[in-house]
Design a protein around this ligand. Structure first.
Ligand code: DAK
Length: 259
């Protein structure tokens, strides 16, 4: 039987997905992205899961799309297949639960782009980020020129995209790409703890918060503020808002029931 390309484990309300092609630094093939899409959807539809962590291994989160697979494709191959709308974008199109990218080692090209599709990135201190496609005679194709520019600004995005150089975890954190850096030792366990903290909150309210932050990138400030206000109002229709505020007043731990 062939190795599973994406491993799933559920740990205290957190779905942990591990990219599993270590021999090629988790190069992202269509098959990997199909497996990842299916695994993400299974966690999205699992009521026992309140947050998702996507990770690789110590050496690589993912070193990009699979260059050996892509190298001989013609323009018509990529154009006609829309290389490859669906499975590569399941994260963006279908996942409302929060997803944390736990990046150790290389996150390059499509690997950096996949990490940026997640809701936030926690990096191990050995992480390296980059969009080296220019060195292959192509450009980023999974959001690298767009999400990286929004995350770190035009000047630094240009630097990375035009030179293809890598940046380390410290530079990525100070540029705003990475939310936190944690030591490589016990890295995944620590990221899972962060995710478990989120999974212990009200999942529907967490999903509303995620949607509002994402709206900030798509709207004017005034539209975004209006949208946030209405969603804030909507949280008052949940039992979890009542529970959260009552628990605070009664000086006890809230017991959210995702209702
Ligand atoms: N693809 C295929 N194989 C890869 C790979 C990749 N991206 N990265 C590494 N490997 C393989 C190597 O070929 C090698 O295989 P063997 O020779 O052992 O068979 C093995 O992994 C170990 O790699 P190295 O021997 O090179 O390891 P080093 O430690 O010396 O170097 C490295 C590590 C990360 C610096 C180096 O492997 C490297 O530069 N890798 C390529 C990085 C890169 O250029 N990435 C960008 C790829 S282009 C889209 C979706 C996605 C994309 C675009 C569009 N749509 C849906 C529209 C994304 C495009 C890309 O990501």
């Amino acid at each position: 039987m062939s190795e599973q390309l994406v491993l799933t484990k559920i740990d205290g309300g957190v779905g942990v997905l591990t990219l599993n092609r270590p021999a090629v630094l988790n190069a992202l093939s269509n098959e990997v992205m199909e497996a990842l899409g299916e695994a993400l959807l299974a966690l999205e539809n699992n009521d026992a899961v309140g947050a998702i962590v996507l990770t690789g291994n110590e050496k690589a989160f993912a070193a990009g799309a699979d260059i050996s697979a892509m190298k001989d494709w013609s323009y018509m191959d990529v154009y006609k297949s829309n290389y490859i709308g669906g499975p590569w974008e399941t994260m963006k199109n279908a996942i409302r639960k929060p997803v944390i990218a736990a990046v150790s080692g290389y996150a390059l090209g499509g690997g950096c782009e996949l990490a940026m599709m997640c809701d936030f990135i926690i990096a191990a201190d050995n992480a390296k980020f980059g969009q080296p496609e220019i060195k292959l005679g192509t450009i980023p194709g999974l959001g690298g020129t767009q999400r990286l520019t929004r995350a770190i600004g035009k000047s630094k995005a240009m630097d990375l995209v035009l030179t293809g150089r890598m940046m380390d975890a410290k530079e990525a954190e100070s540029a705003g790409l990475v939310a936190r850096i944690l030591p490589l030792e016990n890295f995944l366990e620590e990221v899972v703890k962060v995710a478990q903290g989120i999974a212990g909150l009200s999942t529907p309210v967490v999903m509303m918060a995620k949607q509002c932050v994402n709206a900030a990138l798509e709207t004017t400030l005034e539209q975004g503020l209006q949208y946030e206000r209405r969603v804030f109002h909507a949280t008052f229709a949940t039992q979890d808002q009542k529970e959260g505020m009552n628990a605070f007043v009664e000086k006890r731990q809230a017991n959210f029931r995702n209702m």
